[in-house]
Design a protein around this ligand. Structure first.
Ligand code: ZN
Length: 401
């Protein structure tokens, strides 16, 4: 049972809006649930006591357990016991912004390669930070205009001092420092052949230090950077959440966490601004890779992984004393349903979504689409078995912090 081996020992999922939660404890920790005590001696701290172990979850401030209404759910499964919790939520937590929500005019920013931390663009301040129309805007113009589309074949491009915000990318004017920090796919010595190449295929731009693909060259003067590939630091260092990501330890898990947080925060922003809940994560040339349905944005999750898989947990336990006491912080998450387009059994679902104009395209570099596939699948396998799927869709919490 490989799947059970990866499943976390204890998993907690709380819904702030519903003021309720679900606690799952794996069967090798507690057999029938009778000897489990769940209590909240201090505000915002949940204690889960089994015969041998104590698990402590630090909830976010303003969230606490209403003890008397904690009750055992009727359906304990062969994999473990689960409990329903009733909560008190004074103030639901605010969702963190993505870099697209953070960028402002007249603030000086530096842009770094997320993979290796190298500087890509230094000290850029913008006179205008403007959103681009949403991903389906060309199709929508056709519906609105009774004459031929006036914007056909015209691109919205930034001038010097502009920063244009797409759904998953920013557009900036190139500056002279790019020659030292970026490489372009298919470099050509002759400008004419570069122009031809640009019209026939995409010109990807990569970090000169580590070769990670960061974006595309739209014209000779304009660059597109994907928000999953760059770190944006305001000049007043330390002010911005994204600036606090350390690049020093566990580069792999930091990369995964960054990708997960960036996607989660963008899903929240797009759904609240435009009431969009279904997304198609696709490669830059429009090939769908993952179809994603945003279920809710008010979830808090906490988990305690098996000792063997501790480094792979949703949230690594901060205070580990085996067979005694473990604690962790509950983290804000969004819950999504997804299907992988490579799954041939789900071709019908994929076909229906592809024809639906209300499904919002989210282009990302091919490598990041593949990383996201792995990340979603690994998060799903760590859930209790009964929470992993809903009809044809897989379920996964994406952490926001
Ligand atoms: Zn790099």
């Amino acid at each position: 049972m490989e799947e059970t081996a990866k499943q976390d020992l204890v998993f907690l999922e709380l819904r702030q809006k519903l003021q309720s939660g679900l606690l799952f404890i794996r069967s090798d920790i507690v057999r029938d649930g009778a000897d489990v005590e769940i209590e909240s001696k201090q505000d915002s701290i949940l204690n889960i006591q089994t015969a041998d172990w104590t698990y402590q979850v630090h909830l976010t401030s303003g969230v606490s357990l209403v003890e008397t209404l904690c009750q055992k759910s009727p359906g304990s499964t062969e994999h473990g016991s689960h409990f329903r919790l009733r909560l008190r939520v004074d103030q639901p937590s605010e969702a963190p912004c993505s870099v697209i929500g953070e960028l402002q005019v007249k603030v000086t920013y530096s842009f770094l390669c997320q993979s290796c931390g190298s500087m890509v663009l230094q000290n850029r301040a913008f006179g205008r930070v403007l959103p681009l129309p949403n991903g389906n805007w060309n199709a929508l113009v056709d519906d609105w205009c009774c004459h031929p589309d006036p914007f056909a074949n015209r691109k919205l491009l930034p001038r010097d001092g502009d920063c244009l915000l797409g759904d998953t990318f920013i557009l900036l004017a190139r500056d002279s420092s790019c020659e030292q920090t970026l490489t372009r796919e298919g470099n050509s010595s002759q400008q004419a052949s570069a122009e031809q190449k640009r019209s026939s295929k995409r010109v990807m731009v990569s970090c000169r230090s580590c070769s990670a693909v960061l974006g595309e060259e739209l014209t000779a003067e304009v660059l597109k950077f994907y928000i999953t590939e760059i770190l944006v630091k305001p000049h007043e260092d330390g002010e911005c959440d994204i600036a606090q990501l350390s690049l020093e330890t566990k580069p792999n898990s930091i990369r995964q966490r960054f990708l997960e947080q960036t996607l989660a925060s963008r899903l929240v922003e797009l759904s609240s601004a435009q009431s969009i809940f279904r997304f198609s994560i696709q490669t830059p040339d429009g090939k769908p890779v993952i179809l994603l349905w945003l279920l809710n944005t008010d979830t808090l999750v906490a988990s305690f992984p098996d000792a063997a898989a501790r480094g792979d947990s949703f949230i690594s336990a901060g205070d580990v004393h085996p067979r005694e006491h473990q604690s962790c912080q509950a983290v804000q998450a969004v819950k999504v349903l997804y299907v992988l387009c490579s799954d041939s059994k789900l071709k019908d679902v994929v076909d229906v979504w592809e024809k639906d104009i209300s499904v919002h395209p989210l282009p990302l570099p091919q490598g990041s689409c593949e990383e996201l596939q792995k990340l979603l699948m690994s998060s799903t396998f760590r859930l209790p078995a009964f929470l992993r799927c809903m009809n044809s869709y897989q379920v996964c919490p994406l952490l926001q912090r």
